[in-house]
Design a protein around this ligand. Structure first.
Ligand SMILES: [Zn+2]
Length: 117
């Protein structure tokens, strides 16, 4: 059974998930395009790092951030399914609503999050 807190945050989490999925897809698409530019790649000269290659690693870092966030959001939705949403994964105490409003996918209460650094 879903708690009120879970219900309130579920819509936000679902929206975040679909936004993150399309963000990750967009970034991955642009990485693929950067790595394999249109044209004859086989004859492309070997050259030192270019702006485009720096762009690629930036995109990869961005994709990794978005994917990590997506995992957190998916995990939060899983906790809603199991009726565990809103409880700290470490101490099992309820996470404050303020914190959930700011971070609906928070896994830990503030005290545990600070302890984990
Ligand atoms: Zn805790």
């Amino acid at each position: 059974m879903e708690t009120d807190v879970a219900q309130r945050h579920k819509a936000r989490l679902l929206e975040m998930r679909s936004r993150l999925i399309s963000a990750v897809q967009d970034i991955e698409q642009s990485i693929v395009e950067d790595i394999r530019p249109p044209g004859n790649v086989a004859n492309a000269p070997i050259h030192p790092a270019t702006e485009s290659e720096e762009g690629v690693s930036e995109n990869i870092a961005q994709a990794e951030n978005q994917e990590a966030l997506l995992e957190d959001v998916e995990a939060a939705l899983g906790r809603i399914e199991r009726g565990e949403y809103g409880n700290c994964e470490v101490c099992r105490q309820p996470i404050s609503e303020e914190r959930l409003d700011a971070l609906p996918f928070a896994r830990y209460c503030i005290a545990c999050a600070q302890r984990r650094g």
